[in-house]
Unconditional design. Structure first.
Length: 158
């Protein structure tokens, strides 16, 4: 059996630059380094997007589910490369393919974002991501992202 690890919110914050209100993952579990991990998003009524999406019938926007998949994938890339050490690298979203939305995600749901590395060539990574609430598939997509090392990241030295 392969050993897995978990990242809490503070470990996520040390790996990706996202902050409230754009940080969309609370933890990552079941990490198999260089292979896969599961992002956790506890969806609450306090999310700022619910004021307008939709009043009286709150539904998490699909684009934010995709963003949560991308943040999970980016955290996995950085964790695999830097092993929790300080860095200024960024992971940029490049492409979304085969996105499908199956069921609405609403306040009270716990979104589990299973991301599995499909391929990695140089500094470009592709993940197959499936989003679940309970055991039901609610969304899926292929996410492609590029690692921008500190030397190529103009904001790294600001």
């Amino acid at each position: 059996m392969t050993d897995t690890k978990t990242l809490d919110i503070n470990q996520i914050l040390s790996r990706i630059p996202h902050r409230y209100p754009m940080l969309l993952i609370d933890a990552i579990t079941d990490i198999v380094p260089g292979v896969s991990g599961t992002g956790i998003k506890n969806v609450t009524m306090n999310e700022p997007f619910f004021m307008g999406h939709f009043p009286g019938r709150p539904i998490m926007p699909g684009v934010l589910i995709i963003e949560a998949m991308a943040q999970t994938s980016a955290t996995l890339v950085v964790d695999d490369l830097h092993h929790g050490q300080p860095h200024n690298d960024l992971v940029y979203f490049m492409m979304i393919e085969s996105a499908r939305f199956r069921k609405p995600v609403v306040p009270g749901d716990t979104l589990r974002l299973k991301c599995v590395r499909d391929r990695q060539r140089g500094n470009v990574w592709r993940f197959k991501c499936d989003a679940f609430v309970n055991d039901g598939l609610v969304a899926e997509a292929m996410i492609t992202a590029m690692l921008a090392p500190e030397k190529e990241n103009p904001k790294a030295h600001d």
